[in-house]
Design a protein around this ligand. Structure first.
Ligand code: DOR
Ligand code: ZN
Ligand code: ZN
Length: 432
């Protein structure tokens, strides 16, 4: 099947193409891209009018919890990737904190096999750094990489043994796979359930100080600098972390970092509702921290936006704030949140959005995608930047409904998505 996406604003950071034009998809690949009228359209091509829309490479989420195997009541590879498709993502990772933990070749192969049969988008499994996420002993990283893991992470837990982290960085460098590091000292976090500050004092809830994050950031940057290896910092949420990151980058430390849509859009003030939907790790921070991570994304100190999509059942979330699990879903709202809160408010340009959600995650993970160059696999998203919409619980396709954005209005909505040249989502509907 051939498609020509006509008259949209094409944004491709990889080639530098930026402007109104036509994009031709044939045999699963990008066949031609050019200014309006310059692309020859063969007969029997389906024409898709994209006037007023943005056409860009499919989003790539570097940080997704798909929960399979083990917690299929929260999410499955099928349901999580469907949510991803609806959000304009053509590839996601599968984080390693599954049951059993993804610390061996059998689990990695299971995920790849399930993905091949059921996934709506590409799935890249992440292997655990330590056996059982216990932080005591390294997993067999070589075997796990050979089985198909594209990165390593103990996410959900911080690797507290610095010697183990040093070795992990050295091995990851050897295998040329990124290390995705969760950033929170569990001792400093203690029994905290929200950000430590004005609101935790007012509400009388135990707090997690910002130093729980920044002390781990400082340690990880030091070890990365010493080993000359590469690290990626997950979900940076504080002003102090940003300052440390900025200084390390200036010195040439090989580090990349992500921020989540929720840490870009929400503050700790929301916890006054005591609604456990706002419970997340790291916690929602102060308005000052939110402003700092926004500016860090704008100036490139923070490289990418990643969702940390963390589905939990309503039964688990319908406990009091201090007993509910950490995490919120994010795949279906990422574009709306980022367009509304960052692009419309002047923090990011549309090109920077495509870089942060597609081009750069592909580079960090060292996977295909993030480009519309001729010959590349056709992972393409078309979205309407002006379309206004409101998130309703009944519209969520993820198995879990723990979104902090239900009832919020956004502009920016995904219209069509191609994965490897297959039109999988059209006019806001799944095609299969
Ligand atoms: O809020 C979070 N939820 N943060 C994490 O680091 C883990 C995640 C999960 O797996 O639920
Ligand atoms: Zn994490
Ligand atoms: Zn996570």
């Amino acid at each position: 099947m051939r498609y020509c996406i006509k008259g949209g604003k094409i944004i491709d950071p990889a080639s530098g193409f930026y402007g109104i034009g036509d994009l031709l998809i044939a045999e699963g690949r990008i066949a031609a891209v050019g200014a309006s009228g310059t692309v020859t359209i063969p007969s029997d091509t389906e024409i898709i009018d994209a006037q007023g829309m943005i056409v860009c490479p499919g989003f790539i989420d570097l940080h997704t919890h798909l929960r399979e195997p083990g917690r299929e009541d929260k999410e499955t590879i099928a349901s999580g990737t469907k949510a991803a498709l609806k959000g304009g993502f053509t590839a996601v990772t599968a984080m390693a904190n599954t049951t059993p933990v993804s610390d061996n070749a059998v689990v990695i192969k299971y995920i790849l096999n399930q993905a091949q049969q059921e996934a709506a988008v590409k799935v890249y499994p992440v292997g655990a750094i330590s056996k059982g996420l216990k932080g005591e002993e390294l997993a067999e990283m070589g075997e796990v990489a050979a089985a198909g893991a594209i990165a390593f992470s103990d996410d959900g837990k911080t690797l507290m043994n610095p010697a183990l982290l040093r070795t992990a960085i050295e091995y990851a460098t050897l295998f040329d796979k990124p290390l995705l590091l969760h950033q929170e000292d569990p001792d400093l976090a203690g029994n905290g359930v929200m950000h430590e500050g004005y609101w935790s004092t007012v509400l009388g809830l135990p707090g997690i100080p910002d130093i729980a994050e920044s002390t781990i950031v400082a340690r990880d940057l030091e070890i990365a600098a010493y080993t000359k290896g590469k690290i990626h910092l997950c979900h940076i949420s504080t002003k102090r972390s940003v300052e440390l990151l900025r200084a390390a980058k200036a010195k040439g430390v090989k580090v990349t970092a992500e921020v989540t849509p929720h840490h870009l859009a929400l503050t700790d003030e929301l916890v006054q509702s005591f609604d456990s939907v706002y419970r997340v790790s790291p916690p929602l921070r102060s308005a000052e921290d939110v402003e700092a991570v926004r500016l860090a994304l704008k100036d490139g100190t923070i490289d990418i936006i990643a969702t940390d999509h963390a589905p939990h059942t309503l039964e688990e979330k319908h406990r009091e704030f201090s007993l509910a699990p950490n995490g919120m879903i994010g795949l279906e709202t990422a574009l709306g949140v980022v367009w509304t809160e960052l692009v419309k408010k002047g923090y990011l340009t549309d090109i920077q959005l495509v870089e942060a959600m597609s081009f750069k995650p592909a580079r960090i993970l060292n996977v295909p995608g993030g480009t519309l160059q001729v010959g590349a696999g056709a992972d393409v998203v078309v979205f309407d930047p002006e379309l206004e919409w409101e998130l309703k619980a009944s519209d969520i396709v993820s198995k879990s409904k723990n979104s902090p954005f239900i009832g919020r209005k956004f502009s920016g909505k995904v219209q069509h998505v191609w994965v490897d040249g297959k039109l999988k989502y059209f006019n806001e509907n799944f095609t299969e």
